[in-house]
Every structure is written in structure tokens, then in C-alpha cells.
Design a protein around this ligand. Structure first.
Ligand code: PGA
Length: 254
């Protein structure tokens, strides 16, 4: 089953407009649009409109890092799925571990967000991952399949879904899952997706790895059978690193 690899940069709470323009200019100068990899940048809300314009005519797509599940109303500080579409987004990250662990998002809330995002045609990058404690107590599979099972339902549009496996202990820590660990968990995730939808859908679904992906470790991770790209935090803030990861992904998944 061939899946087009997908690399997304998660800018998190970084970059002013001037920083963002400079970064995109550098990426544009170094990036090969024919690399055969889908690429997205997920910017802070304030940068979506201008970055949408900046990306116009480029093959790099725009994504957001969060969304509310209601379409409008008295929800101070929130952004609706429709607003993201109008800002030019194709993607939205939902269930990132920082949203789960720092902002207390529950599986129930996350499940509502996934449905609401897809309803307006947004493609969801759905994040799952275990903490170090959970891994050390042998609960990784149970945690990851549980997070999927409580938010991903057969009614969803599987073509608007990417799963990102991001072990919490690897995010921003410089500790990366070994290719063996990544492959093992990605295979578990693919099996779970097969149970929810069917094996053909599971075979076509892209599963990204995220957690301290760098130019030096990307190729080995991407060589794993069930790893179809990367969700990148720290390393996507430097054009050279981001582009070099995209090239590593293109090379390994070719
Ligand atoms: P990192 O972040 O690459 O800095 O570990 C990944 C993420 O949080 O998506």
C-alpha cells in the first residue's frame, strides 16, 4: 500500500509576522515542491491569514493548531472551524499532548472538535501518545488505542484524517522514539484504525511520527513500514532543518 508521505510543522507559540515571513522565504528558497511529500505549516491563529497569502501558489498547505467545536457564539477566546477554513486552512491539529496535558482537554472535548472540523471539510491531524509513566508501566498500546477509540468513529471521513503518534516523553525533550518503538506503536495504531473503519482504510491512512524529529534521525524513523511522515515542533522553526527533514522523508518513503 503506497501512502504519500506527509510532513507538518507545528510552530506552536512561536513567530511574529516578521519572523514568519522570513522563515517562509527561506523555506521557499530551499524546498523542492516536486519532492513527492505533502507539506503543511500549522501556525498560531494570528498568522493564518497572512501565511495563507504567503503560501498562495505554493504546494505547502496551511494548518491551525487548535479549534473550537461550535460554529459561533459566546466563546471568548475561541476560534471556530469555519473561521479556519476562511483563513485558508486545510488542516487542523487536534488532541496535541500540550492541549491534553497543559490545557486539560478531555477525550470528550477532543472528539467533538474532530467531528466539527471535518464537518466543514478540514483535514484533522489527530495526535495520540503515552507519557513516560504509562510507557514504563507497559500501558502504551492501551493508552494510544484508547485515545483513538474515544474520538475516532466510523462515521468520520477517513480521507480527512491523519494520525500523529507523539510519545509525550519525546516531545521537545530531544529524546526520540527508536525506529523499533515507532514502528511497533504505528502498527498498533493501524490495526486499531482497521477495527474502526476497515483494513483498506487503515492501509491508506497516513500515520505521522512526532517527538524530537531532527534532520539526523528523520531518515531512520521514516524508513519504518508504518511511518508515513512527521509532525515536527522545534526543528520546523529553522528552514534548513525543516527542509532537510522533508528531503529525508522523500528519500526514505520513495
Ligand atoms: P518537537 O515537537 O518536535 O519539538 O518534539 C513535536 C510536536 O509537539 O508536535
Amino acid at each position: 500500500m503506497s501512502r504519500k508521505p506527509f510532513v507538518a510543522g507545528n510552530w506552536k507559540m512561536h513567530n511574529t509576522l516578521a519572523d514568519a515571513r522570513a522563515l517562509m522565504k527561506d523555506i521557499r528558497g530551499q524546498y523542492d515542491p516536486e519532492s513527492g511529500v505533502d507539506v503543511a505549516v500549522c501556525t498560531p491563529f494570528t498568522l493564518l491569514y497572512p501565511m495563507g497569502r504567503e503560501l498562495d501558489g505554493m504546494t505547502i498547505m496551511l494548518g491551525a493548531q487548535n479549534v473550537h467545536f461550535e460554529s459561533k457564539g459566546a466563546f471568548t477566546g475561541e476560534i471556530s472551524p469555519e473561521m479556519l477554513v476562511h483563513a485558508g486552512c486545510k488542516y487542523v491539529i487536534i488532541g496535541h499532548s500540550e492541549r491534553r496535558h497543559v490545557f486539560g482537554e478531555t477525550d470528550e472535548l477532543i472528539a467533538k472538535k474532530v467531528i466539527a472540523a471535518q464537518k466543514v471539510g478540514l483535514s484533522v491531524i489527530f495526535c495520540v501518545g503515552e507519557t513516560l509513566d504509562e510507557r514504563e508501566s507497559g500501558r502504551t498500546d492501551e493508552i494510544v488505542t484508547g485515545q483513538i477509540g474515544r474520538a475516532i468513529i466510523a462515521d468520520l471521513d477517513a480521507s480527512l484524517l491523519t494520525i500523529a503518534y507523539e510519545p509525550v516523553w519525546a516531545i521537545g525533550t530531544g529524546k526520540t522514539a527508536s525506529p523499533e518503538i515507532a514502528q511497533e506503536v504505528h502498527a498498533v495504531i493501524r490495526r486499531k484504525i482497521g477495527e474502526i473503519f476497515d483494513p483498506a482504510v487503515a492501509g491508506a491512512m497516513r500515520i505521522q511520527y512526532g517527538g524530537s524529529v531532527k534532520p539526523g534521525n528523520a531518515a531512520d524513523l521514516m524508513a519504518c513500514e508504518d511511518v508515513d511522515g512527521a509532525l515536527i515542533g522545534g526543528a520546523c522553526l529553522a528552514a534548513r532543518d525543516f527542509v532537510s527533514i522533508i528531503s529525508a522523508v522523500a528519500g526514505s518513503c520513495a
